[in-house]
Design a protein around this ligand. Structure first.
Ligand SMILES: [Zn+2]
Length: 321
């Protein structure tokens, strides 16, 4: 039944700003996304005012006639320990910028600021796959790897607020060069970028529908194409997932050795591949984990909140700020 008179509601909004898109959502008190609005991220080479304008447009659209009680911002970058400043972000123009207070002044509502993967880990711990355990590790696999450490039901932020940057743990001495300036970082072997590179390096070495999908241009190959090819039974694409999943399990074994969590939650865009990614990871985890035969080995499970996890976590932080 629809009511003809709409009551103005009091809402909390989460906004996830990544390298390519701004996703804003109204989130209820059970972590459910009621509605969303999206904009393209203007990019790193524009000034910060344009990014703030895109955020404002997404917020205005998703708010409609309702009253906003608080906004949580999940940003793809390094957020300081107090949740005030974005110190550095590879895909955004903010450098040591007091983003939280800037937006609070602009919007006239309380604002919470958090790293996107940390916000996603908070959401999984509160409403998602890690809800029933005290200690968990959340690994977010997109173009790179982010994540969060959950200890005693709470996200562990660390001294600088930068805990959970698992992607830059070195797994191969003198290995592949990483965007961070280091070599052999985990995300160079297990991420969306690693998936594409594996397939691209082997194009032409055997028959594969990937050659058709990228129009004969290896530079045009992307993650969705590899996923599609794997779904259609392509052997090279299947091998690429096996490679990335195997390295995922190796890194997970290191995290289990360090934290002994009860659950390993895999989120981010790449986790949509499901068992194609997670099965080889489980096998590699068992093979690589210290004392695997003498301990409980944590399950490797897919994140429950999907691509909304960042904004759900951010909205929840605003609600309980
Ligand atoms: Zn790195």
């Amino acid at each position: 039944m629809r009511h003809t008179v709409r009551v103005v509601e009091q809402i909390y909004v989460g906004i996830d700003i990544g390298g390519t898109k701004v996703l804003a959502g109204v989130v209820d008190d059970r972590g459910r996304v009621v509605r969303t609005a999206r904009r393209a991220t203007p990019g790193r080479r524009v000034d910060a005012a344009q990014v703030e304008e895109a955020l404002t447009q997404a917020l205005t659209e998703v708010t409609g006639a309702d009253t906003v009680l608080g906004v949580g911002l999940a940003a793809a970058g390094f957020v300081d320990a107090t949740g005030e400043r974005v110190m550095f972000a590879p895909h955004l123009p903010w450098v040591d910028t007091p983003v939280r207070s800037l937006l609070e002044q602009r919007w006239g509502v309380p604002v919470a600021l958090e790293n996107d993967a940390t916000a996603a880990a908070h959401a999984e711990a509160t409403y998602g796959a890690a809800r029933d355990v005290a200690d968990a590790i959340v690994v977010t696999m997109g173009t790179g790897i982010g994540g969060g450490v959950i200890l005693g039901h709470r996200v562990h932020r660390g001294w600088n607020g930068m805990a959970g940057e698992f992607g830059h743990m070195q797994v191969v001495p003198d290995g592949e060069v990483c965007e961070c300036g280091g070599r052999g970082c985990w995300e160079q072997y297990s991420s969306g970028n690693a998936l594409v590179r594996f397939a691209r390096d082997r194009l032409g070495s055997r028959p594969s529908i990937l050659e058709d999908l990228c129009g004969g241009n290896p530079a045009a190959l992307n993650g969705p194409m590899v996923t599609q090819a794997a779904e259609e039974g392509d052997l090279l694409a299947h091998e690429a997932f096996g490679h990335v999943g195997d390295w995922l399990g190796v890194g997970l074994a290191n995290l289990v050795a360090a934290f002994d969590p009860a659950c390993l939650v895999i989120g981010g865009g790449l986790s949509a591949a499901g068992d194609r990614l997670l099965e080889p990871a489980r096998t590699a985890l068992l093979r690589s984990l210290v004392g695997a035969g003498h301990r409980r080995v944590p399950p490797v499970v897919a994140a429950r909140l999907g691509p909304d996890a960042g904004l759900v976590g951010a909205a929840d932080l605003a609600r309980h700020r």
